[in-house]
Ligand binder design. Structure first.
Ligand code: NAD
Ligand code: ZN
Length: 351
């Protein structure tokens, strides 16, 4: 098991990563007033185990899925926290994927202006990405993650045992964020390409999870609240990814990120931000998880969702992070008109 310290200013986090991490969670929570938040799917698979391992904990079960990452579910969690008479020293433990982690984290950040929080991520995506770094949120008013807070967990217990029950769709979803990390970090990218045939191999997933967490921890330490700009790099593929997710919403978050990165690699190449060779490397990485880029009806209209993106700094302009060279990225701005033209590539294309 690896121990990764995240030295953030607001509150440092410790990540236990690998086999035995869940046992550490049991140890830590044993003598605490614990409030577990999980979703219906995770509860179906692990509810009995959670009840046995944390006999005195209260368990709040929310409906699974991104469409429930909303105000109603947030207030369900807060209501149950209040009914359970949690105090500031109680510990909220998010046991689930990124949806549970983001909502439980947000609830923990506002309840009594902040209760203690630990993350026990159970999806590949939440292990490599969302459980680390302290971003918490719900979707609201048709905008993803628009209400939220930066709120660091004290601990993240990231155990591969949970990955064994993940359906392939969710593993692919995690690979969306891992490949994003591989585009941002050349060594991780090389490692993924060298192990191209092992993407669904548990051993390889275990290794790459720790690499991705280390990468993210380093970024978050430099720019915890996305002020200096360093943290913005994590949005690679997300301008288009989030906009597609909002309009179509049928595929997983990670898959939309892969498709978003594909389009943004084309934009980077055509706008002269990166060379054709480098764009080809990015697409080679993407193709490991996303063999075919699907066609979307009326993709051009997705521009209106991109214009709502939190990263934008000016009306009518879409801000995005583009791949530039090995381990380098660029902040880039396109007019809505030009971006809409690029979006038509997703309309016509059948890769
Ligand atoms: N906070 C951040 O920094 C950050 C970063 C990236 C993504 N996110 C957010 O994370 C969310 C996506 O997270 P996700 O992909 O984990 O989605 P998710 O939480 O919806 O989980 C995906 C599905 O897998 C199920 N599941 C969870 N663990 C399982 C297990 N061990 N075995 C079987 N099924 C399991 C869930 O019930 C759900 O149906 C998005 O809302 C995104 O915005 C946040
Ligand atoms: Zn993401």
């Amino acid at each position: 098991m690896q121990i990764i310290e995240v030295h953030t200013k607001s509150r440092p986090s410790t990540v236990y990563c690998g086999e035995g991490a869940y046992a550490r969670a049991e140890e830590f929570l044993r003598d605490k007033d614990t409030f577990i938040v999980t979703d219906t799917n995770v509860y179906r698979l692990y509810g009995e185990k959670l009840r046995a391992d944390f006999p005195s904990a209260r368990i709040c079960v929310v409906k699974a899925g991104e469409r429930h990452k909303n105000k109603a579910t947030l207030f369900q969690i807060l209501d149950e926290m209040l009914q359970a008479q949690l105090h500031r020293n109680s510990v909220v433990a998010a046991v689930g994927g990124g949806v549970v982690g983001d909502m439980a984290g947000f609830a923990a950040s506002v309840y009594m202006r902040g209760t203690r929080l630990v993350q026990i991520p159970t999806t590949l995506l939440s292990q490599v990405d969302s459980s680390v770094g302290g971003k918490t949120a719900i979707d609201y008013g048709g905008v993803k993650n628009v209400l939220g807070a930066f709120y660091q967990p004290e601990y993240v217990f990231c155990d591969p045992v949970f990955l064994q029950t993940l359906p392939p769709r969710e593993i692919k979803c995690g690979w969306g964020e891992i490949i994003k990390t591989g585009v941002l970090d050349a060594k991780i990218g090389d490692r993924i390409l060298e192990n191209a045939s092992r993407l669904y191999d548990l051993q390889f997933m275990k290794e790459i999870v720790a690499d991705c967490i280390r990468f993210k921890a380093n970024v978050v330490e430099q720019d915890e609240t996305e002020k200096s700009g360093v943290r913005k790099c994590l949005n690679l593929g997300h301008t288009t990814g989030h906009a597609l997710e909002l309009k179509y919403g049928r595929r997983s978050h990670g898959e939309y990120v892969l498709i978003g990165m594909w389009l943004e690699s084309v934009i980077a190449e055509r706008e002269g931000v990166c060379t054709a060779e480098y764009a080809a490397r990015v697409r080679e990485l993407i193709a490991l998880a996303q063999k075919r880029i699907p066609a979307f009806a009326d993709a051009r209209s997705v521009v209106k969702y991109a214009l709502l993106d939190k990263k934008n700094s000016e009306k009518g302009i879409v801000d995005m992070i583009l791949p530039k060279a090995r381990g380098e990225y660029a902040e880039y701005r396109l007019s809505a008109e030009k971006y809409a033209q690029y979006l038509t590539l997703l309309q016509e294309r059948q890769a």
